[in-house]
Design a protein around this ligand. Structure first.
Ligand SMILES: C[S@@+](CC[C@H](N)C(=O)[O-])C[C@H]1O[C@@H](n2cnc3c(N)ncnc32)[C@H](O)[C@@H]1O
Length: 272
């Protein structure tokens, strides 16, 4: 790991400790619409602190704890490039009843100790370091577990080095009939975009231009995050889907939400 990228990773993990809570307050209402479709063998790309585990299907265990339902979620793999997130992922996974393991070949030197003994029938949860930026550098642990029933992205395609290649790799890693479930912040869709279900009279043309102007600086201070990606279109234009359904919204909760329209939905891989 280069010194600059290590500092950048450390800095972003510190910022995201606070920012993720603020983000959750704004976006949980939309996540909850689509998260019930997450099931089976699941891969999440760029889970951050894995806060989105809270919206998976949960059940009450024999000891009364509220844990992820093993009938719905069979296994969960967190593919995260920033090792400073691993401790938070581990803690949140255990809180949700998972049994956490680390991929030996990608996480050496970054493993946290388990705080809790494994529960009976706990759903397996693996932490793997890496991305889907490039087909040739997908970690072996991810390829070994493929294909997946569900691949989740939540505010990570804004940072992927090559979003088109990442989506192509998502298609490749899914089972036929498997689902990419996503929520991403996006460039303000143009006026009249049929995906927009919540418009709030935002001046989409002006705010879209502001997103373009701000992106170079934002990306520099924001760990490579882009404000002006049209991620719904990037997903929809990938080859290999039989169905793509998503909504776009222009929340106006605060000034920041004007530079963060959201797109969320699902893309289903073709069955033949
Ligand atoms: C804004 S945070 C979102 C975290 C989490 N998914 C959430 O919804 O709270 C962006 C996440 O993408 C990860 N990331 C960074 N580079 C990435 C890449 N090239 N591909 C995928 N994810 C990446 C970051 O480490 C971080 O976990």
């Amino acid at each position: 790991m280069g010194i600059f990228s290590a500092i950048n990773d450390r800095y972003f993990s510190a910022i995201w400790t606070v920012e993720s809570k603020r983000n959750n307050r704004k976006v949980d209402v939309y996540r909850k619409e689509i998260w019930p479709e997450i099931k089976g063998k699941v891969l999440e790309l760029g889970p951050g602190y894995a806060e989105s585990l809270r919206h998976l299907d949960h059940a009450t265990a024999t000891d009364g704890a509220f844990v992820v339902n093993p009938g719905t979620i069979h296994s969960y793999t967190a593919l995260e490039p920033n090792p400073f997130m691993f401790g938070g992922i581990h803690k949140n996974a255990e809180t949700n009843g998972f049994h956490v393991t680390y991929d030996e070949s990608t996480t050496v030197g970054h493993q946290s100790a388990s705080a809790a003994p494994a529960r009976d029938n706990a759903v397996p949860f693996a932490i793997v370091r890496g991305t889907l930026d490039d087909a040739d550098s997908i970690p072996q642990a991810i390829l070994d577990e493929a294909p997946y029933d569900t691949i989740v992205t939540s505010f990570s395609l804004c940072t992927a080095r090559n979003p088109k290649a990442t989506v192509d790799n998502i298609v490749r890693l899914l089972k036929p009939g498997g689902a990419h479930i996503f929520i991403e912040h996006v460039r303000q869709p143009p006026p009249g975009d049929p995906h927009v279900t919540e418009d709030n009279n935002v001046n989409a043309v002006l705010w879209g231009k502001i997103q373009d102007w701000l992106t170079p600086l934002w990306s520099f201070v924001g760990h490579g995050c882009h404000l002006n990606r049209c991620t719904g279109e990037t997903i929809a234009s990938a080859k290999g889907w039989e169905l793509v359904e998503y909504k776009s919204v222009r929340p106006i909760i605060d000034i920041q939400s004007r530079i963060m329209a959201l797109s969320f939905g699902k893309a289903i891989k073709a069955r033949d």
